[in-house]
Write a protein of this length. Structure first.
Length: 430
């Protein structure tokens, strides 16, 4: 019997495979660090929520008529007869946790970030998986358009500082009242052509008309070409807010394109919405997306607290770097020192075992061989791992309480006291 990972789920490996070099843990950690450092500098605090949440939470927040809730959730009934769902996104769980722990009352402005796994039963393809990781932020408490600009600027600078070329698509979906009026206008416009709409389009017309705009079907796009645009239905307040956001983005030198067709796949958005699209990624080109959701906290049982945020797709970020031929930043996983023992004697091995522990306790990455390799092959292993120093312990060294310390790059070698290995290596690393 050979087992494999579930369809459209993947393993992130310790060593690069030639087929999927981006699926390596060193790259993932480096991108996670890049994100974490960026958001910590901007005053965001980390939140971690469970993988499982009550199914009802997502039905209520994302919306029953959305693709995610109607056909993509991993939902099951647990042994206590509760319906649980593996989280398809991180926003609703963050809202649930903040309400549950009373964080909104204690923190009038709450800036959060998370790095988490999400699960959606999607039709898989390159860049679209059934388990994906998001790097996200959520801000609660502020309606100031300047915070919209901060959130957008963070998402954009995450990519630009990595060297990923991308475009910011921006729209405003206004308040629920604006959307209700618009929905009727859109339906009235489409109704005469309803028979010519794709099956998916017809279904959306009935259950979630705004989602008609988010189609790739050429015929549907042609029908919708002259449709009224949501922007013309925004209230005075929504329009002003949106104009302010754009003004801040311009002041920050962040280019953007107003995209009237951008409606996003969740019901909870209100006001500013956006997507960041990468180049050279094919159909799955959304690197990240997000927006405002001023009614969500209340909808989930909390007080009226405005919110906004974004989620960046880890896999798509790594694929974008690969498509651009950019080597992503990587952790250095090489040891600083590799201990090599010569001869058969046990004393040398015991000295090596103790020295290894001493080095590691002193914060120096160190390793040795455990496969009984001969002298020459131990050097080969040290070279393969990319060590900086060889520490050689032969019979003479055991007898005199010393080691040979050899710099791999320069070939310089010196005999030093066993007790001074740590300080000598530390001084050489300065
Ligand atoms: P989303 O647009 O569904 O938004 O996902 C955010 C990003 O996650 C996408 O732009 C994409 O890069 C990545 N992504 C989504 N689904 C997949 C998938 N199946 N495979 C690979 N990558 C995927 C949200 O989830 C919102 N919670 C974002 C947000 C936060 N809005 C406000 N705050």
């Amino acid at each position: 019997m050979r087992y494999s990972a579930p369809p459209y789920m993947y393993d992130v490996l310790p060593y690069a495979s030639s087929k999927e070099p981006w699926l390596t843990t060193a790259r993932w950690r480096a991108i996670e660090r890049h994100f974490r450092e960026m958001v910590l500098r901007a005053g965001y605090r980390e939140i971690r929520t469970p993988i499982l949440e009550p199914t009802e939470l997502f039905k209520r927040s994302i919306g029953e008529a959305t693709d995610i809730v109607s056909k993509e959730m991993f939902t099951f009934v647990d042994r206590g007869e509760r319906s649980l769902t593996m989280k398809p996104e991180g926003t609703a769980p963050a809202v649930r946790a903040c309400i549950e722990h009373g964080l909104f009352a204690e923190h009038p402005l709450l800036k959060l970030f998370y790095i988490g796994q999400n699960f959606r039963y999607e039709r898989g393809q390159k860049g679209r998986y059934r388990q994906h990781q998001q790097l996200g932020v959520e801000v609660f408490g502020a309606t100031d358009p300047a915070i919209d600009a901060e959130v957008l600027a963070l998402a954009m600078s995450f990519f630009t500082t990595l060297g990923v070329r991308c475009r910011l698509h921006l729209n405003s979906v206004g308040t629920s009242e604006c959307r209700a009026t618009y929905r009727e206008a859109l339906k009235a416009y489409v109704r005469p052509s309803l028979a010519h709409l794709s099956e998916e389009g017809k279904m959306r017309f009935e259950v979630n008309p705004l989602r008609m705009l988010d189609t790739k079907d050429q015929k549907d796009l042609a029908i919708l070409a002259g449709a009224p645009v949501l922007r013309d239905f925004l209230s005075e307040e929504s329009s002003q807010h949106f104009a302010q956001v754009q003004e801040y983005l311009t002041a920050l030198n962040i280019p953007f394109a107003i995209d009237d067709g951008l409606v996003r796949g969740f019901d909870y958005y209100s006001g500013t919405v956006f997507e960041i699209k990468g180049e050279g990624l094919g159909a799955q080109d959304a690197l990240g997306g997000g927006g405002r959701y001023d009614g969500l906290v209340e909808e989930c049982g909390g007080t009226a607290v405005p919110g906004l945020g974004f989620g960046i797709g880890m896999e798509r970020c790594l694929l974008a770097l690969e498509a651009l031929g950019i080597a992503p930043p990587q952790d250095d996983e090489s040891p600083v020192a590799f201990i090599i023992t010569a001869g058969e004697q046990q004393a040398g091995k015991t000295t090596a075992v103790r020295l290894l522990q001493t080095l590691r306790s002193a914060g120096i990455a160190a390793d040795m061989d455990y496969l009984g390799k001969n002298f020459r092959r131990q050097f080969k292993r040290a070279d393969d791992l990319g060590t900086k120093f060889y520490i050689i312990i032969g019979e003479d060294e055991v007898a005199s309480g010393t080691v040979q310390l050899k710099d791999r790059a320069s070939g310089e070698q010196e005999k030093i006291e066993l007790d001074s290995v740590v300080p000598v290596i530390k001084s050489k690393l300065l």
